[in-house]
Ligand binder design. Structure first.
Ligand SMILES: [Zn+2]
Length: 116
């Protein structure tokens, strides 16, 4: 019975400190995602949700790592199939990572400009 009471307890929202509003990166007040403007949440064991931009960023990271995985697979295939010199091997590896990092930076910049 005590566990149930603890779960039903209203707690001050950790994301907005009970204000019900958060200031977004543009400096505007927005309704808190964590408590939907209530200022409190129910239950001790409520998991903190990821904000939408974080979910998108995580997706971009996963996409980048997925792309890198494909890159490594193709790279290894050519490395085994054809004997590539160490200079070209290094150049291809550097280029691959540069492309991945560039993609990620461009994506983050794009999101930063278009997110509101
Ligand atoms: Zn809140």
């Amino acid at each position: 019975m005590h566990d149930l009471i603890a779960l039903e307890e209203d707690l001050v929202c950790q994301e907005c400190n009970g204000l019900g509003k958060i200031i977004d990166h543009d400096g505007r007040a927005d309704i808190c995602d964590g408590c939907y403007g209530l200022g409190y949440v129910r239950g001790v064991y409520r998991a903190k949700p990821l904000s939408r931009s974080k979910v998108k960023l995580r997706r971009a990271l996963l996409g980048t790592f997925g792309g890198l995985g494909v890159f490594y697979a193709v790279f290894l295939f050519f490395l085994i199939r054809y004997s590539i010199g160490p200079v070209i091997t290094l150049a291809v590896l550097l280029a691959g990572h540069l492309v991945a990092v560039t993609f990620l930076v461009l994506y983050i910049l794009y999101r930063a400009m278009h997110d509101n």
